[in-house]
Design a protein around this ligand. Structure first.
Ligand code: PMP
Length: 364
């Protein structure tokens, strides 16, 4: 039987594997596998969500207008140059569909977020992979891979799963070295967690240039991964392209109202940030104390490297943690088979994951 054939590239896609959410056996499960917020959503966002449910028969605002106005006010950006999406994932897909197609190339870094590669293949474009240096975006390696076919460059800053970032000056050097017709996507999903003084979110560059988009999400520090809400800031030209191809009601009412309430609850965000930093530092020291190599992370997760010693490998640690009800993220599909990504959780979750990791490392 002749089967309907998908477009070129689609069958080359390795289906995205989300962080596991369940394991069989243990009654209590500690889920630290998807870089979700340690303290959950703002109670004000939860109340807004609940209050919105009675309006479920109504279509939401198609332009997310109120939310865009609030985002513009909060970040001093022109709301007309903001686009909202069902997670920043949707916006990554829109940039891809808007600017790349069959025969084009896009560039992402070796351990860059998985969806760049998947969306590239979904439109028939070729993902070109730029190696990293010390698990960090290497601007020169990206620039060296630009060809006349390059259409988009994706840089997660900080990157998931490595947790590393490049300073604002490096992002600007990258932009300056790219042709003007190449879109630079600054995927700043973890920007709110960064404290490094030389870090610069993509907003300024997106404001100054016609060809750069900065993406943000409510899934990370705002704790709203489930409602699917992300947004982007770019030139009128880029926004105009994305507006033409997005679904008319791509952001649900619950997402819009929860986003508005979360944005207004600065205390909750500050609490989440302080909590995450505190435990990131504690966990870093503890993991290093156990003899693991761990780099500094600028996101809400850590990426320890495990030795290739039988009994102590990342795969064995993952199995041990699962037996004890702790789910973290294997990152083999990111080309990092000797590493595990651990999201920072709440106090109790952190005590459990660190004690379980210690039990694994100390077992003979
Ligand atoms: N970019 C990066 C770097 C991410 O880690 C993630 C989430 N894992 C996303 C984008 C997508 O986030 P969302 O669609 O939930 O906004």
């Amino acid at each position: 039987m002749a089967l309907p054939q998908p477009r070129p590239g689609i069958m080359d896609i390795a289906i995205y594997e989300p962080g596991k959410s369940q394991v069989k056996g243990p009654a209590r499960v500690v889920k630290l596998s998807s870089n979700e917020a340690a303290l959950g959503p703002s109670p004000k966002a939860v109340a807004a969500l609940a209050a919105s449910l009675g309006e479920s028969h109504r279509y939401p605002a198609g332009d997310s207008g109120e939310l865009r106005a609030a985002l513009g006010a909060a970040h001093t950006l022109d709301p007309a140059r903001i686009v909202c999406g069902a997670g920043s994932d949707e916006l990554l897909g829109l940039v891809m569909r808007g600017f790349a197609g069959v025969g084009d190339e896009i560039i992402h870094t070796a351990h860059g977020f998985a969806m760049y590669n998947i969306y590239a293949k979904s439109v028939g474009a070729t993902p070109v992979i730029a190696p990293e240096k010390n698990l960090t975006t290497d601007v020169d390696a990206i620039l060296a891979r630009v060809t006349p076919k390059t259409r988009i460059v994706f840089v997660a800053n900080p990157n998931n799963p490595t947790g590393t970032y490049i300073p604002g000056a490096e992002v600007r050097r990258l932009r300056a070295g790219l042709r003007e017709d190449i879109v630079l996507v600054c995927d700043d999903a973890y920007a709110e967690y960064v404290e490094a003084p030389d870090y610069e979110s993509g907003f300024a560059l997106a404001g100054e240039t016609e060809n750069t988009i900065a993406l943000r999400t409510f899934s990370k520090i705002y704790g709203l991964a489930s409602v699917r809400l992300g947004w982007g800031f770019a030139s009128a030209h880029i926004i105009g392209v994305m507006e033409r191809i997005r679904s008319p009601f791509n952001v649900s009412r619950p997402a819009q109202v929860a986003g508005l309430a979360a944005l207004a609850d600065k205390d909750h965000m500050a609490l989440t940030k302080a909590h995450t930093k505190k435990w990131r530092d504690i966990a870093l020291q503890r993991l290093r104390g156990l003899g693991l190599k761990v780099g500094d992370s600028h996101g809400n997760f850590l990426l320890p490297e495990f030795p290739m010693v039988p009994g102590k490998t990342a795969a064995e640690c993952d199995a041990f943690l699962q037996e004890h009800g702790v789910i973290i993220r294997r990152v083999d599909s990111y080309g990092l088979p000797n590493y595990l990504r651990i999201t920072i959780g709440d106090d109790e979750e952190m005590a459990i994951v660190l004690d379980t990791l210690a039990a694994f490392m100390e077992r003979t």
